[in-house]
Design a protein around this ligand. Structure first.
Ligand SMILES: [Fe+2]
Ligand SMILES: [Fe+2]
Length: 166
């Protein structure tokens, strides 16, 4: 199946909740690429190619979904960071705010007709997502996995001690 952006093992961070939501955002980008004609749709659509205005409306609706998915994802990531006392929570939160502002700016320029949803916008969105995922998210995932493993280790040795002393 042709895809604009592959979610391969290079993007998996080893934290299920994060990987799942990142995969959903990549999937929305792929649907967007298909809706605006940058990537051929698969399976081959049976309906005739929609009019440009219809394609634009579909693409615009997908961008809204991407904005909503990003907003929810950022909140859930921040909750995970807070739960494991991640020291870089504040700079990471700031980055999320900047990313959302960039996405909203893009939506505004599309709505005002300054920008049209096409290859350049897709490329911008791909870099927007990738840039954060492979740097800041990757760093947090590393911290999260280490914290989780240490907690599990502590928990299992406490259980072992208890069972030995009983
Ligand atoms: Fe993030
Ligand atoms: Fe993320």
């Amino acid at each position: 199946m042709p895809k604009y952006m592959q979610f391969g093992s290079n993007l998996e961070l080893g934290v299920d909740a994060m990987d799942q939501e990142h995969r959903e955002m990549v999937d929305l980008l792929n649907q967007l690429a298909c809706a605006c004609g940058v990537e051929p749709c698969w399976p081959v659509p049976v309906e005739p190619r929609p009019a440009p205005e219809v394609r634009h409306q579909r693409a615009r609706a997908l961008l809204n979904r991407l904005e909503q998915a990003a907003r929810e994802h950022f909140l859930s990531e921040e909750a995970m960071m807070s739960a494991c006392a991640y020291p870089e929570l504040e700079p990471h939160r700031t980055e999320h705010h900047i990313l959302l502002a960039e996405l909203r700016n893009l939506l505004q320029s599309i709505d005002s007709g300054q920008e049209r949803i096409g290859e350049a916008v897709l490329r911008e969105l791909k870099l927007w997502l990738l840039g954060h995922l492979v740097t800041s998210d990757k760093a947090f995932a590393e911290h999260y996995r280490q914290t989780r493993d240490a907690t599990l280790e502590r928990w299992s040795s406490t259980r072992l001690e208890r069972s030995l002393s009983s």
